[in-house]
Design a protein around this ligand. Structure first.
Ligand code: ZN
Ligand code: ZN
Length: 314
């Protein structure tokens, strides 16, 4: 556990595990400040599972969240319980959050968002939080600002004097499939999935020069997801074991839940239909059943299957 905020690093020098790049970074840092530093020769992409759980509390498992980091820019997909602690553990500075993208507004996917907003501001995010999500995202942003209306003026104007811009949120509501963010390193596409009776639920695709990563959000098996995930390097997909719902819920509730989620067998079918390279299972209902998840998902999918756990990196 660290006692002070992470030290901002030269974005060119972020991936020091690559020896050659590290040497290049050392050389670059030795140059005078007026010297031109060459741009990265290739896109560096990392997927980190920040939370692989669901609404049930679990000390070992945070709520649903993942980070896709592209050349040091951190895109957080969903913000479940404990997302801020998990992101802190990755060593990426909270100020490097480029955007937070919500798949839908179920509580388990947004309950960590107020903490992520305020803590990233307090620990040096000085630009607005760019918040993407379905219809209703503006209301979530307004509610968070209302929640902290006593706190913000004190930290901003009286004590810590944190940057005013960091205490604001720019909401971007998404109503149709399409590109929602694009820069020289990454293109992010949102697409509709089927989580009825949740009306507005999205998946996200990250395309970079190095790899394509698709995150399902919560959904029943979705043809639209299969279309957008076609040929992806990594598909991060939710999965459940039906016997768990049968054990802990009434018959009616269990059937309701099965109707709007994807079983492990179905997740394998989706991955096979999309022709992805790697299937990463998350939003695991329940945790602690890795072998069963693998056995079920591999009925239809012959590629690599990983049962996610918090802070797993790809
Ligand atoms: Zn969920
Ligand atoms: Zn949900």
């Amino acid at each position: 556990m660290r006692g002070s905020p992470p030290i901002p690093r030269d974005p060119q020098c972020r991936f020091t595990t690559v020896t050659l790049l590290a040497l290049a970074c050392l050389a670059a840092s030795a140059l005078t400040s007026s010297a031109q530093v060459a741009p990265p020769s290739q896109t560096e992409v990392e997927l980190i599972l920040l939370g692989t759980g669901y609404p049930r509390p679990d000390p070992q498992t945070a709520g649903p969240a993942a980070a896709v980091v592209v050349n040091g820019k951190v895109f957080v997909v969903d913000a479940g319980r404990n997302v801020t602690n998990r992101l802190w553990a990755t060593d990426y500075p909270l100020k490097d959050i480029q955007a937070v993208l919500l798949t839908h507004l179920h509580s388990d996917h947004i309950s960590g968002l107020p903490d992520l907003f305020t803590t990233s501001w307090i620990f040096s995010r000085y630009t607005p939080l760019e918040l993407y999500g379905p219809a209703g995202t503006e209301n979530v942003a307004d509610a968070i600002l209302k929640m902290f209306e006593v706190d913000i003026p004190i930290r901003r104007d009286l004590t810590e004097l944190h940057a005013a811009e960091g205490a604001t949120i720019n909401p971007h509501e998404i109503y149709e499939d399409g590109i929602v963010y694009e820069d020289a390193d990454v293109r992010v596409t949102a697409f509709r999935v089927n989580h009825e009776p949740v009306k507005h639920a999205l998946g996200y695709k990250f395309e970079t020069g190095q790899k394509t990563i698709v995150i399902s959000g919560d959904t029943r098996p979705s043809e639209n997801l299969i279309k957008h995930a076609h040929g992806a390097d990594i598909l991060v997909h939710e999965a459940y074991l039906p016997e768990h719902f049968d054990r802990v819920d009434s018959t009616e509730v269990a059937e309701n839940l099965k109707r709007y989620h994807t079983s492990a067998v179905e997740a394998g079918e989706v991955a096979a239909a999309a022709g992805v390279n790697v299937l990463v299972l998350t939003h695991l209902i329940p945790a602690g059943a890795e072998e069963t998840f693998i056995a079920r998902a591999s009925k239809h999918f012959t590629g690599k299957i990983v049962v996610g756990s918090d802070l797993m990196r790809f």
